[in-house]
Design a protein around this ligand. Structure first.
Ligand code: SF4
Length: 460
């Protein structure tokens, strides 16, 4: 089976120059907000180090902390379920909904449920699922996946949202005022909240010692859904654990600042035990995470707290859009998580990076993202998943660079060719896509080596 490459999927997005520039600038604006928020906290680097160490420690004793969490949650009256994969997770959610005889579900943002493709599963079984996060609801109406883990509809302009609301909510045609659009969504969602029989949420942090889960949102939609529905189902990946309640502040101080430049998310809700007469279920999901935990070079990717900072800063993500990754978590972190799930399918994602290291610099839990991208490239090459042209090109360059004589001759030929060949040929877009928007430098008359030898012995 052949798969589209990252570049192939990015093509349509990149061809819309105006949208690409706007997407790039919008996310760079978020990155700059993050920088201002970070510089306002003198101990930010110490917090990053502490967060990294807490996560390293937790991952090194994950079995212990998972069992501690389960025991504490059960003692609080929470019903804990385990799911080895997406199918088991989805079946568990469906079973809980059916046990209550429910058919209407409100769901706050959860990348894990996106990863498990929960919505289509529930809808196929006759359950109405309404995403209550505004960005998620917009893309749900458009039948699109999220393009960013924090800003799921960041690829859309207000005109796109106006068209979508006109089509689905009956707002005035051409309405683009963000406040009026948000009001229309609020009215629409309010009725859905009131009718919700089961509230689904993700989990940002799970505290082993207390058995509590913590959900962070800016819209309060998780809180409202959980407050109104008699059943709350929280889905968490096994990597969401932190040992103690006192560790939580380290992460909440890092999360919002790294994500959007806010000091803290607007709502940080703690769920420890069900309200009397209600149910709280927590589903602990593996879905490939233990496999990643078992890869020494990549286990640190499980420290991710899904802030999205690596996406906002990545020059490739900003200019290719989240859908070009074809994976629930796009951007640099998605490119090191996805090959773990399906190496062949996602083999081009580790190459969707300049390896500039900006992702590693901003990561609040100090994941060595660009190093891991480089390591995946080597694994992709060893597994023979490189496209033929790249494979042959790399082989050729390897031989050329290993031979000083061949390198010298090719340099001399290249300089001559660039001087003699017509510009239309060297810059033809079919032969040299790189040169579409760039000029090659004027070729020098001599190589650096020749110049150096001349300087060392001017009479030679
Ligand atoms: S890898 Fe780091 S920067 Fe990227 S989303 Fe995860 S925590 Fe944020």
């Amino acid at each position: 089976m052949s798969y589209l490459t990252h570049a192939g999927r990015a093509e349509a997005f990149v061809l819309d120059h105006e949208r690409t520039s706007w997407h790039d600038e919008t996310l760079w604006f978020v990155r700059q907000k993050r920088d201002k928020a970070v510089y306002a906290v003198p101990e930010f680097q110490e917090l990053r180090e502490l967060a990294s160490q807490i996560k390293n420690h937790t991952l090194s004793r994950l079995d212990f902390y998972l069992e501690q969490f389960e025991a504490a949650a059960q003692a609080n009256g929470v019903q804990v379920h385990w799911a080895a994969d997406a199918a088991e997770h989805n079946d568990t959610v469906l079973r809980i909904i059916r046990q209550r005889g429910a058919s209407r579900v409100v769901k706050s943002k959860s990348m894990l449920t996106e990863e498990c493709h929960l919505n289509p599963h529930l809808i196929a079984h006759g359950i109405e699922v309404i995403d209550t996060d505004l960005g998620e609801r917009i893309i749900q109406m458009r039948d699109e996946p999220p393009s960013h883990i924090v800003l799921p509809a960041i690829h859309l302009k207000k005109e796109d949202v106006g068209d979508t609301f006109h089509q689905h909510l009956g707002t005035e045609k051409g309405l683009t005022d963000p406040q009026q659009l948000a009001e229309a969504a609020r009215q629409h969602l309010r009725a859905k909240f009131l009718a919700g029989e089961v509230a689904l949420t993700g989990v940002n942090f799970a505290i082993a010692e207390t058995g509590s889960v913590v959900v962070c949102t800016n819209e309060g939609n998780a809180d409202l859904g959980v407050s109104l529905a008699p059943v709350h189902v929280a889905s968490m990946g096994i990597e969401k654990l932190i040992p103690r309640l006192s560790d939580l502040g380290v992460f909440t101080r890092l999360l919002a600042r790294s994500a959007t430049g806010q000091p803290v998310t607007t709502y940080t809700a703690h769920y420890t035990k069900p309200v009397a007469g209600r149910e709280l279920h927590i589903i602990i999901v593996d879905n490939g995470r233990t496999q990643q935990l078992g890869r020494p070079d990549f286990r640190a990717s499980l420290k991710c707290i899904r802030c999205g900072a690596c996406m906002n800063t990545c020059p490739v993500y900003r200019r290719s859009g989240g859908h070009s990754y074809d994976f629930t978590v796009p951007g640099p972190i998605g490119s090191i998580l996805s090959p773990n799930i399906d190496l062949k399918k996602h083999s081009t994602l580790p190459f969707a990076s300049t390896l500039c290291g900006s992702c590693t610099d901003v990561c609040p839990v100090k994941i060595d993202i660009h190093t891991q991208l480089y390591k995946w490239r080597q694994i992709v090459a060893e597994a023979n998943h490189l496209p033929t042209a790249k494979k042959l090109g790399l082989k050729f360059m390897g031989r050329l660079l290993a031979s000083p004589a061949a390198f010298k001759i090719s340099g001399s030929l290249g300089r001559k060719a660039l001087r003699l060949l017509p510009h239309g040929l060297t810059h033809h877009h079919a032969a040299n896509a790189w040169a579409i928007a760039r000029e090659l430098p004027e070729p020098p008359k001599q190589s650096f080596r020749e110049w150096y030898q001349q300087q060392a012995s001017p009479t030679a």
